[in-house]
Design a protein around this ligand. Structure first.
Ligand code: GDD
Length: 378
């Protein structure tokens, strides 16, 4: 695989946000070749990628998606990666969680892969987390609903698997080949990182939509356009000059090295992705006093894919909720300059933010096993 090195980066405190790199070649033959020596791109051999896949856990949050789409997503995740599917699918009127389980069992029995399938609202999951992250539980004693909450559940499970990194892939992707590319980029990012505190974010080449019978290859989605703009305005304020470097404000597909994942304060619901930028700037941006020690460098590597991103279109109302939650997460931050907060203030409740899990006790993985939650390696 060959990926161009980012041409430049913006720096805020210890955080370097790199301009998006591009894919030159998805799969490169041989260990080495003439072009390896060139300084403009990274070369990742199949061996390097495969070994990185084995150190990666991929978390798939899912809520009421089609079985065929989930089957495609699982098929696209490279062999070697562990998979954790965190579901919030409804049991009524159709048992969608049961349908997912059928797809997963079939995949596991044919491939011998390790896939853990848990339901976010299962009492067994709540019991496994109650010591380690009680903040995740609601009044009913269950893990709260929300995509960001599912991601935190998955990340903490990945830590128990001793993975070097945790990646996130949405379950509503129609193109298994794109999923495969995203995870290859995750592994390439982790295999070539310069700081153990690294995050890799996928910048979609395009997000096509059908418009009056034609396929339109939009560069950005409807929510991403706004959240990128707001994040870049916050960043520009502190840089003292305009920047448009952030192209992955809403990147559901991203990877985080485990040391960084453990220090991040995850944001719930659809504030999850913009919340990561905000948390990095709050903790390591040198803007407000840090809450702990600050690593020498924290890298945000953005990579533009070669595949377009085709996913389920859930309608305008859904996009508006996502956009508002993403933006509210930014405007609620103490680092958001007043003029930006004023310009983009929304009415939605601000998504919850959770403490870092690095210093928290291990989750009770055995309890998840006992609940028959899925195939945990024994
Ligand atoms: N477990 C769980 N719990 N999964 C959820 C939940 C939840 O409460 N809500 C959504 N999901 C799953 C969906 O099934 C899908 O696989 C993925 O999370 C993304 O959710 P969508 O509702 O499909 O969002 P999108 O693809 O339109 O939105 C984009 O922007 C969001 C806001 O930043 C994506 O990039 C999202 O990943 C991103 O969070």
């Amino acid at each position: 695989m060959r990926i161009t090195f980012p041409a430049s980066h913006e720096r805020i405190g210890a955080v370097r946000i790199h301009e998006a790199g591009r894919i030159i070649e998805l799969d490169s033959a041989g260990d080495r070749c003439e072009a390896d020596a060139r300084a403009d791109h990274a070369f990742l051999s199949s061996e390097v990628l495969e070994s990185a896949h084995r150190r990666l856990t991929v978390v798939v949050p899912i809520k009421n998606e089609r079985r065929s789409t989930l089957r495609g997503v699982l098929a696209g995740i490279p062999g070697g990666c562990r998979v954790v599917v965190v579901s919030a699918s409804e049991p009524q009127p159709i048992d969608r969680f049961g349908l997912e389980r059928e797809v997963i069992d079939d995949f596991v029995s044919r491939t011998g892969r390790h896939v853990l399938h848990v339901h976010q609202r299962d009492a067994i999951v709540a019991a496994a987390f109650e010591q380690s992250m009680p903040e995740l539980l609601d009044g009913a004693g269950l893990v709260k609903w929300g995509k960001g909450e599912a991601m935190l559940v998955g990340a903490m499970i990945a830590r128990e698997f001793d993975s070097d990194a945790v990646g996130f892939i949405d379950a509503d992707n129609y193109v298994p080949g794109a999923v495969n590319e995203y995870v290859r980029i995750f592994s390439a990012t982790i295999a070539s990182m310069k700081s153990e505190y690294t995050m890799g974010r996928i910048s979609w080449q395009s997000k096509p939509k059908v418009d009056e019978g034609s396929l339109v290859f939009n560069r950005w989605g409807r929510s991403t356009t706004v959240s990128n703009q707001v994040l870049n305005e916050v960043l520009s304020h502190y840089l003292g000059e305009g920047t448009r470097i952030i192209t992955t404000g809403n990147a559901g597909e991203h990877v985080v090295s485990m040391p960084l994942a453990g220090r991040l304060r995850f944001t719930g619901s659809f504030g999850a992705e913009t919340g990561q930028f905000i948390d990095l700037m709050e903790q390591y941006g040198g803007i407000i006093p840090p809450i702990g020690d600050v690593p020498e460098r924290v890298d945000v590597i953005q990579t533009e894919t070669i595949n377009p991103h085709f996913h389920e279109d859930k309608g305008e109302e859904h996009v508006a909720i996502m956009r508002d939650q993403s933006v509210a997460t930014i405007t609620d931050s103490p680092i958001c300059p007043p003029h930006v907060a004023e310009a983009y203030r929304t009415e939605v409740p601000v998504p919850d933010r959770y403490p870092a899990f690095e210093a928290r006790p291990a989750i009770d993985l055995e309890r998840l096993e006992k609940g028959g939650a899925g195939d945990v390696e024994r």
